[in-house]
Structure formats: C-alpha cells, structure tokens
Design a protein around this ligand. Structure first.
Ligand SMILES: *[C@@H]1O[C@H](CO)[C@@H](O)[C@H](O)[C@H]1NC(C)=O
Ligand SMILES: *[C@@H]1O[C@H](CO)[C@@H](O)[C@H](O)[C@H]1NC(C)=O
Ligand SMILES: *[C@@H]1O[C@H](CO)[C@@H](O)[C@H](O)[C@H]1NC(C)=O
Length: 740
C-alpha cells in the first residue's frame, strides 16, 4: 500500500514538474507533492540526511507541508557555518530554483534552513500569519546584528521586538524573492545573511519590494538570545511554544547560534512528539519490531562490558546480565576488565557461561589497555563481527528489566540509552543539557524525566554507562564512534563526537530498565565489602541484606511477635547478611579474652565481659549507626510508643561468640542501654545446641531464636537477663546497647 502510494507520487511529480529535470523531481521528499496549482512552497537546502534533517522532515510530514529539498547528495561548498560565516551556496541554489516560479505573482515561497529548524503549524496557519504582515517579503528577526555588527545603527528602530535580520527563515512572493536573489553577485562561501541584510538596509529596495521583519515572532522564532523569551505549553493533546515576551505563538522555530541543544529539547515535544495527555507519541515511530522474528533471526549484537573500577554488587550485575532475554548465540561478548579486583569473578563467569555466547573476547587488567582504547576496540569488535547493534554496558549499570536489550533494539534510534538513576537520587546516566564548555547543565525538564513524571524518548546531549548504538552508525566511516576527543573522559568524548557528527543521542524512560550503583568510595579491603555499602548503595544493600519481610514490621495491621513480656521480635536481615557478618568477624579474628579488663572501653573495665569483636574494630561503626537509624529506630518507635531519640546513639555494638570451650554463657545482668537489640546470626539446634536468652523477672526464655531475626527489649531496669549455656557448637549474636 505504502509502496504504491510512493510510486504514484513519483509519477505525478514527474508530470507536474515538467521543465525541471528528473533529479529535481526526485528531490521532493515530502508526503504532499508541491503541485503547480498550490500557491505555497517551502524550499530548504540540505546536503546530507543527518539526524537533524530527519527531524525536519518529520515536522514537515506531521504538518502536511509542501517542501522541496535542494542540494541533497551535493557537496557542501558554503563554508563551515557552525564556526564562521558562509552560506552563499544556499543563495545560489535558491536563485536557480526561483527561475521556476518568478512569473507567478501569487506564489508564496518560504525558505528555511533544514538541520536546525522545526515546523509547528500547518500551511493555513502560516499563510494566515503571513497575510497579517501586509508585506511581500518577511524575514525572521533576532537580537544580534550578525555578521557585521557595524551595520546595527543602519537598521530602522523598533519599539518592541527583535531588530535585526536573520536569513535562516524567510518567506515572500516569488517575483520579489526572485529579485532579491538576483540583486548582486555572491560566491558559495560568501555570507548569505550579509547578502540579504544589505538589501534590507537599502531603504529604497526595502520599500519597493515591501520587505518586513518578523520582530515579534509571529511566524518565525530564532532561538539565539531568546531562549528565555519562550516557554513550552501543554494544553490537552497540544504542545506548543509560546513567546511570552511578545505574547505570540511562533510557527517555525530555528536554532541559530549556540541553541541547538535547546531545539533538541523542544523537539522532544513538538510537533506532536509528546504531550501531557497522550504521553510519548514519537516512541511509536520508526519501530523495528522483533515480534514476528524467530530468535534465530534476531539481530546480531556485540555487547561491550566495561569494568573500569571495582564495582559493588557485581555478582548481581552478572546474574542480571545472564538473565537478559535475548538469544545468547546472537550475542558476541567483548569484556574489558580494568579492575584486578574482579579478575576471579570474570574468569568464573567466562568459564561457566562463555560457551553459551556466540563468542567472548576478554581484555584483562594486566594487559594494561587504557579505557579509551578498550572502548574503541569494542567498536572494532563490532565491525569485525558485522554486528547489527553495539550494546555498551558498564559494570555499574544493573539491568533489572530482562527485556531491556530487545526493547532498545525495537526503539530503533541511532543511539538510545535506557534511563537509569542512582536510586533515591537525581543522578542519572544522561544530561539534559550542556554548559558552553560541554559539562553538565540541567534542562528545563530534567527533573520530570528523572522522576518519571514524564515518560518517553528524549533527545539529549549526553548519555553514559549503558546504551545501544545502531549498526549503520558504526559501519558508516563518517559516524563511527570514537572514545577519544582531546583529553576528555571516554564517555564525554564519545558523546562529543556523536554530536559533532549530528547523530542524535536518546535516552528512554518509557519503562523502568534498571539502576546505577555508586562506585565512589567503595572500600575493597574488607572481607565482605558489600556489607559496608549500606549508605553508598542502599537499594542494592537492601536487596541483598534486608529481610524480605522487614517492611511487614511496620505494617500496623499486623501484630509484632512478643515471645516474652515487652520483648519484641522482628525479621531484620537475610541469612546472607548473618553469614557475611560472622565471616567478617572470624576473618578479623581478634576476639576479646572475656575478662573484665577491656582496653577498648573508655574506663578499661567491663562489668559483664563476653568474647566479642566490636563493629569499630572491623570499621563498620558508621554503617551500623546507619542501620540503627534507618531500620531499627522505626521499629522501636512502633513498639515503645512515645520514646523518640534521633538519631539513635550507641557506642557498644558488637558480635558475641558463645562456645562450650570458651565462654558458653553469660551471668544475669542489666544492659546499660535504654533498649537493647539482639540479632541472631546462626541457627539453634543446627549450628549449636543450648543457648538463648532468659529474662529472670518473667521467668521467660527465648531459645528458638531465628537466624536474621532481632529481639528488642528495655535495657537497664525491667529486663534483667542472662545468656543461657551453649552446650555444643558456636552461637553468634549481634548486640547493640542503644541510647546508653
Ligand atoms: C515472609 O512472610 C510470608 C508471610 O507473610 C511467609 O510466607 C514467608 O515465608 C516469609 N519469608 C521469609 C523469608 O521468612
Ligand atoms: C493482634 O492482637 C490483637 C490483640 O491481642 C488481636 O485482637 C488481633 O486479632 C491480633 N491481630 C492479628 C492480625 O493477629
Ligand atoms: C520457670 O519456668 C520453668 C519452665 O517454663 C519452670 O519449670 C519453672 O518452675 C519456673 N520457675 C519459676 C520460679 O517460676
């Protein structure tokens, strides 16, 4: 159906554009043929089909506009417009094109740049606004007199609005435009804006040709110097740009000067890309569905895994990576392990699972390949394997959604990153905007995107940590990614190169994909390092160490278990937590001798000595206080109503070891605490026999303690208690005297 339509279109074009040669006809790339009868035509010049060009075409199509593109495939000789003057070539192309229309006094022609322009209105609206001007030609206006500031004083004064001409956008009747375009000589690399400016500043010509400027953005909005003049507005399913200074709604938007990134942001909403009611509309465009494909026909992907730093919860990372729902025989792995810390884990992974993948290439830390080169080699691996996609995954990106890879492929963008954040923080793997020197800046919508209030697909200037690059970008020598750019970090270099090649980078938060772990301040000198990550990586820490039923403790619909009067019992931590904490202590090994002399205490004297190791001795004091504050305190506030102390204080935090041949029991005593917690770290009747805690006043014992469960009881007055005799094995408990 679609093919047929295009065929008909081409035929009709060939007929209609009699007089023009075939090539011109083929250049018309829009859905509506600019017909001879149609009195409106838009002309633009583009030599390459960049991301910006495709965005322009999308806005043309959505608004049903008649556009003819000049210059596609031709060599650009108009100079480096981004960094200096130029653009004369555009004038020459237009001049030639206007030959076709110069004798039609009713024909209205608009000229726009292509790579940095968006339409947000249809023909009717545009013409309606144009007619309001009572002009034959209208140029857009801006606040800078460029490229020759000395001409500023020659401009007519304006009471309200921007004073100076910008040639990126203009429109007018064909005969007048033809005269303007043939007014004088111009070379390919002369400045086109200067050319038009000189005509406009000639009062006689200006009046004769009836040329006006759109001072108040009634049709055209140039963004340079005007970003704070405009605001995105959402009304139902409409998203539009409002110029709040002049109270107008510009219809054609041009990112002149250094405002490209802002237009990229606007392009995320207009035209019809995203609105408050329907959400993301562009998410569903240009999809590459795998639904009907058999797994054996899935695209071939090279996945580059980069471990550049010791990374907490890497074990979980690997589990989730293995769980990706994508045929492994379609995946070639490329692993750069820059951290000796993980060498064993990686070797184990490759040994156990390497064969499931199409291939595995591993570059180990001892090969001393620097990150920049390692990442470039990943791209080379992709070329070598004739990959269809390249998926960059850094070890800090935990893929919680196993469908991530498949869904990113279906999204079909040049570069697309699944948005990930550090849980509970506004830190993410993308930047919404950049400062002029290329560093992080917040975009108008950054927080809404990060917090998931706006879900969709966003064109952004910087992505990192995890992203998919489409094969055509890699196989095209002009856009092939490189991680080297001056002395920039690898990820910044990659994005800079992409931006310079006009390849758009997208981030998607359409769904939840996963999260980032924090690698900063990861201490790797402990026996079980992740135990210490309770504050740095709280989300992952909870997943690994907090009891799955912990939150039930806070559910006031449920009763808290009370094995003895005012002794409360809570599921707190996982078995793994218990094992790792015991492991940490045994690895440290310096158990106290159980005598009254204790040099670790301020007075040097312990009234009720045990065989124990203090948290401070294994460097976990701070983490433990966080545990008391975040997980213990809320329970205390629930069961001992009215007592509040924030944050809880505790200097006595320690693991006790009871053994028949060492210290098997503890005589009756009061704790010097407001309340005490007692966390069972192993299992009665299995790991040891006997043991438990007896509260003498109530003649009540808790002997069936549960590993990972915590007892909480008042300290220094009512709950006189003793540690019961351990007859066999070793019993471990964790004790804190809270608020002494
Ligand atoms: C968590 O609680 C549910 C009942 O609410 C129970 O079935 C489950 O076994 C508990 N999980 C653990 C690990 O104790
Ligand atoms: C909680 O305890 C109260 C009072 O003893 C009792 O009436 C109620 O049924 C208990 N609720 C549950 C869920 O066990
Ligand atoms: C304490 O409890 C135990 C068993 O529950 C019982 O045998 C003993 O007689 C009690 N002692 C006193 C003093 O009540």
């Amino acid at each position: 159906m679609r093919l047929k339509f295009q065929w008909v279109l081409l035929v009709s074009l060939a007929v209609l554009s009699a007089g023009a040669d075939d090539k011109d006809a083929a250049d018309v790339l829009t859905n509506e043929a600019p017909s001879a009868e149609r009195k409106f035509l838009i002309l633009t010049v583009a030599t390459e089909e960049t991301s910006g060009y495709k965005r322009y075409q999308r806005s043309v199509k959505i608004n049903g506009l008649p556009v003819k593109v000049l210059g596609l495939g031709e060599e650009w000789k108009g100079g480096d417009m981004a960094n200096s003057v130029g653009g004369g070539q555009k004038v020459l192309m237009l001049r030639k094109e206007l030959e076709l229309h110069k004798d039609d006094p009713e024909k209205i022609i608009m000229f726009t740049d292509a790579y940095d322009v968006l339409f947000n209105a249809n023909e009717e609206k545009i013409l309606e606004q144009f007619h309001q001007f009572n002009a034959r030609v209208v140029f857009s206006a801006e606040g800078f007199c460029w490229p020759d500031p000395n001409l500023a004083s020659k401009y007519p004064e304006v009471e309200r609005g921007k004073r100076f001409l910008n040639s990126g956008l203009f429109m007018g009747y064909a005969p007048e435009l033809y005269k303007i375009l043939n007014d004088g000589e111009i070379a390919n690399d002369d400045d086109d804006q200067l050319y038009y400016t000189k005509i406009f500043l000639d009062e006689k010509k200006r009046e004769k040709l009836n040329i006006k400027l759109d001072h108040r953005s009634e049709i055209f909005q140039n963004l340079n110097g005007a970003i704070s003049d405009v605001e995105l507005r959402f009304i139902g399913t409409e998203s539009h740009l409002e110029n709040t200074v002049y109270n107008t709604v510009p219809l054609v938007i041009h990112a002149n000067g250094p405002t490209k990134l802002f237009l990229n942001t606007l392009g995320n909403y207009i035209p019809k890309s995203w609105n408050a009611e329907e959400g993301c509309l562009n998410c569903w465009e240009d999809m590459n569905s795998l639904e009907k494909k058999k797994p054996k026909d899935f695209p071939k992907v090279v996945i580059g895994i980069f471990i550049e730093n010791p990374t907490p919860f890497f074990e979980e990372f690997l589990h989730k990576f293995l769980a990706l729902s994508y045929p492994k025989d379609k995946i070639n792995l490329y692993i750069h392990n820059g951290a000796s810390y993980h060498a064993k884990q990686i070797a184990g992974f490759v040994e156990s699972h390497g064969k499931e993948y199409a291939s595995v290439k591993l570059i180990n830390h001892d090969e001393n390949v620097k990150e920049w080169h390692a990442r470039n080699l990943g791209i080379e691996e992709c070329l070598k394997k004739k990959c269809e996609y390249y998926f960059n995954v850094d070890s800090l990106a935990q893929i919680d959604n196993p469908h991530t890879l498949k869904l990113l492929i279906e999204q079909n963008r040049p570069v697309v990153a699944p948005m990930m954040i550090r849980p509970y923080q506004a830190w993410s793997n993308f930047w919404g905007s950049l400062t002029t020197d290329g560093f992080y800046a917040r975009s108008i919508d950054y927080m809404e995107i990060v917090q998931g209030q706006r879900r969709g697909l966003w064109n952004v200037p910087f992505v990192t940590s995890i992203y998919l690059v489409r094969g055509d970008i890699i196989h095209n020598p002009k856009t092939k990614p490189s991680y080297i750019y001056n002395l920039l970090d690898a990820d910044m270099a990659f994005c800079t190169n992409m931006r310079n090649n006009d390849v758009y980078l997208y981030v998607t938060n359409r769904l939840d994909w996963g999260h980032l772990v924090t690698v900063d301040n990861f201490e790797t000198h402990h026996f079980n390092n992740e135990l210490y990550e309770i504050q740095n990586n709280r989300w992952d820490w909870e997943k690994r160490y907090l009891h799955v039923n912990y939150s039930q403790n806070l559910d006031t619909n449920l009763n808290v278990t009370m094995p003895c009067p005012d002794v409360f019992w809570f599921p707190m931590v996982t078995e793994r937590f218990c094992d790792e904490l015991v492991g940490e202590m045994e690895n440290f090994g310096q158990w106290s001798d159980g005598t009254n002399t204790d040099p670790r205490l301020e007075g040097g004297y312990e009234n009720v000595p045990t065989r124990d190791i203090h948290m401070r001795q294994v460097g976990m004091d701070h983490q433990w206080l966080a545990f008391l504050r975040d997980y213990v305190r809320p329970l205390q506030e629930r069961v001992f109503l009215g007592y509040q102390h924030y944050p809880p204080r505790s200097t006595m935090n320690f693991v006790v070891r009871y053994r028949p041949d060492e210290q098997p029991f503890l005589k009756p005593h009061h704790d010097s605490s407001t309340y005490t917690i007692n966390l069972a770290l192993n299992r009665p009747k299995i790991d040891y026999e006997g043991g438990g805690c007896r509260f003498l006043r109530y003649n009540c014992s808790v002997q069936d303690t549960r590993k990972g469960w915590m007892l909480m009881h008042p300290g220094r007055l009512t709950h006189y208690h003793e540690g019961l005799y351990v007859t066999k094995g070793t019993r471990y408990i964790m004790i804190s005297f809270v608020d002494p």
